[in-house]
Structures are given as structure tokens and as C-alpha cells.
Design a protein around this ligand. Structure first.
Ligand code: CA
Length: 228
């Protein structure tokens, strides 16, 4: 059974989400404040974390950082009453994979959870390639590990999915729209800005310290991964 951590101080919202998820076959732990969320996240392995932004003791941003330090790749969905672009960007920068503005429809939350969990569990059958190598960049698709020049690179779930998608289409220019559809797999209300933000994150981690750049932009067309 897949296990989800819900960190939310509004008891009503927390319990409704817990109930809905349990009805859909998930095992759910609820933390009603940041401290409890932190200790649960530290002592359990969750398949996914739902994080409210405004919480007593530690806010969602702090918690997200803590979770990322412990387990790089667990998908994190942030919940918040704030819907500004800056709030979204901050959430993404701290490693959240998705962002839902309150009040939200439970079905939408469920749909997003399923996208993340389905992808985490069924990535390999899409391709028989288990290792992709581009110059000195190596993607181990079984272990979901990325190294460059032999050095391990820590990526969030979304960063990994984006890199993996570009790597599977090595050398081909992929439009932002295709990336939004295929990598995010949802109606993308945040707009394609977020893809630029993610490309910047990836560049920092994959290319910044290396002379040979692998991530390329074709202006007005999209992005591609190539050793050229
Ligand atoms: Ca709250």
C-alpha cells in the first residue's frame, strides 16, 4: 500500500484529505503542525508528501527543505491559500513538485497524486533503456540516479523527470508545450514559465560546473539535450 504524509494544521481539511485518500486505497499519516510533520517525515518512508504552506512551528517551505535533504525524490505537493507566481516559484525552488491553491477540489489533488505515483512505479516499461549516457552524463533509469563525470547529482522528482524525458529524446528539440503535457501531465495552470524555471534548475545542477554544456535552448522552439 502506498503511504502518504499529509501536513496540514486545518483539522477539517486534513481529515477530509485523509478520509478521501484512505477511500482511494492509500495509507495516510496526518501531522497537524510543522514539528510533527518534521518528525514523521524523518522517521518514515513516504511515497508522497502533501504539505500545507502556513503551519505552526515549521512552515511548508522549511519542511520541504528538510524532506529534500533526507530523501531527494519523494514527490511533494504544496497546498496554500496564496496563489501568487512568487509563492509558486519559491515552492518549486525549495523542491516542491507541484502546487495546489486552496480551496481545491479533492479530485484534482487525487489526480495529481496519481500522476506522481503512477510515474514513480511504472517508469521503466516505457523504455527498455535502463541507462542513458550523454557525454559524461549518465542516467541510471533503474536506480533513478544521475551522475556527471562520475559525481552524483541530486535532483528532485520533477527535475529528474524533465531530464529523463529530454534524455529519452536526445538530440531532438522538444517544445515547452510538449514538456508541459508529457512531463507535468496535467492541465498546466501555472503556465510554461515553470518549465523555464526548471530548465534553470537543471542547468545549475547538470551544466554549471562543466565546460561542455549539454542542455540547449532553441530560441522560440524548445529545449534539447545533446553533447554537441
Ligand atoms: Ca495552514
Amino acid at each position: 500500500m502506498q503511504k502518504i504524509l499529509v501536513v496540514e494544521d486545518e483539522v477539517k481539511v486534513a481529515n477530509a484529505v485523509k478520509k478521501g485518500l484512505e477511500e482511494n486505497g492509500f495509507e495516510v499519516d496526518v501531522a497537524y503542525d510543522g514539528r510533527m510533520g518534521k518528525s514523521l517525515a524523518a522517521s518514515n518512508n513516504y511515497d508522497l508528501v502533501i504539505l500545507d504552506l502556513n503551519l505552526p512551528h515549521h512552515n511548508g517551505y522549511e519542511l520541504c527543505e528538510v524532506i529534500r535533504r533526507k530523501n531527494n525524490r519523494v514527490p511533494v505537493i504544496m497546498l496554500t491559500a496564496l496563489g501568487g507566481v512568487e509563492d509558486k516559484m519559491q515552492a518549486f525552488e525549495l523542491g516542491a513538485d507541484d502546487y495546489l491553491v486552496k480551496p481545491f477540489d479533492f479530485r484534482e489533488l487525487l489526480a495529481r497524486i496519481r500522476v506522481f505515483l503512477k510515474r514513480a512505479g511504472s517508469e521503466a516499461p516505457h523504455s527498455t533503456q535502463y541507462k542513458i549516457t550523454i557525454a559524461d552524463l549518465e542516467i541510471d533509469r533503474e536506480k533513478k540516479e544521475v551522475t556527471r563525470g562520475g559525481k552524483k547529482i541530486a535532483l528532485t522528482a520533477k527535475e529528474y523527470q524533465l531530464l529523463d524525458f529530454l534524455a529519452l529524446h536526445k538530440g531532438k528539440v522538444i517544445s515547452k508545450l510538449t514538456i508541459a503535457e508529457k512531463v507535468w501531465d496535467i492541465d498546466f495552470d501555472t503556465g510554461t514559465n515553470v518549465i523555464e524555471v526548471y530548465m534553470n534548475f537543471l542547468r545549475k545542477k547538470i551544466d554549471k560546473d562543466f565546460e561542455q554544456k549539454l542542455l540547449h535552448t532553441k530560441t522560440g522552439m524548445g529545449y534539447y539535450l545533446s553533447e554537441e
